[in-house]
Write a protein that binds this ligand. Structure first.
Ligand SMILES: [Zn+2]
Length: 91
């Protein structure tokens, strides 16, 4: 089954980039519900990049080739964080 694994590298990078950004934002709710909302909003505005080889080598290669994608990723995550933060009802 591992051979057929298809991974959206942008989603994987978005998950740990979002975690990293939220650790530096004390007043933003970082529960699983809010984080999933943030990821959904951001990923809907980003071009997916699929890889059939989700190993470290493929990740770093994608990272080097997609500098602009990383800039877009952080921009969209920042927007998504504030959209969810302003609509958070349970914090
Ligand atoms: Zn929350």
């Amino acid at each position: 089954m591992v051979d057929e694994l298809l991974v959206n590298v942008v989603e994987e990078v978005a998950r740990f980039t979002l975690d990293d950004m939220l650790t530096r934002m004390d007043d933003v709710c970082a529960c699983d519900i809010c984080k999933t909302d943030m990821l959904a909003i951001a990923l809907n505005h980003l071009t997916p990049h699929y890889s059939s080889r989700p190993d470290g080598q493929a990740y770093s290669k994608a990272g080097m080739q997609f500098d602009q994608a990383r800039v877009d990723l952080i921009r969209e995550l920042t927007k998504a964080i504030w959209i969810v933060h302003e609509n958070c009802k349970h914090a």
